[in-house]
Design a binder for this molecule. Sequence first.
Ligand SMILES: [Fe+2]
Ligand SMILES: [Fe+2]
Length: 184
Amino acid sequence: MTVKNAMTNDFLHSAYGGESMAHMRYLQWSEVAKREGFPNVAKLFVAIAYAEQVHANNHFKEIGGNADDFTVTAGAVFGMSNTVDNLQGAINGELHEIEQMYPVYLKTAIFQEEKGAERSFHFALEAEKIHAELFQQAQDSVKEGKDLELKSVLICPVCGHTVLDNAPDFCPVCGAKKQAYKEF
Ligand SMILES: [Fe+2]
Ligand SMILES: [Fe+2]
C-alpha cells in the first residue's frame, strides 16, 4: 500500500491518470457506437470502461488514495468522430499499454521490490492484452457494417480480466470466483 520509491510512485500516478481517461473515453465512445447502431460494440465499450476503472482503483490504492498531483504524460487528442476511428484509438491506446507502458512500469516495480505496484501493473497488463483483441474484433465487424456478436461482457472486479458470454470458474489472472464477475 505504501510506495517507497519515486520512480514506481511516478508510474503509478501516470497509470492512474491514463486508466481514468481511458474509462471516460470508452464511455463517450460507447455513446457514438449506440448512435451509429452498434449496441454490442457500445456494450463492449461500457464493460471495458469498467475494467479500466478497476485498474485505476488498484493504482489509486497503491498510491494511498492521493492522486492530486498526477501528471498526464499522454499527449494525444481524442475526438468523438466515428466508431471505426474510435476503435482504432482504443486499439492504439491498448497496444501502447501492452507494448511499452506496463512492461516498463512492471519491470520498475519488480526492480524496486514494490509488491503492491507489481500486482496492480500485472493485472492491468494482462487485461489490456484481451482488450486490444476484442477492440480489433469489434473494428473488423463495424468495418463490414455489422455489430459485434456477443451476449454479454464479463469483467473481473479484482483485476479487470475481460471475457465474452461466460465467466470462467476462477479468474485466470487473479483467481477470483466466477460469481464475482460483473456482467454487462
Ligand atoms: Fe484496456
Ligand atoms: Fe481477476
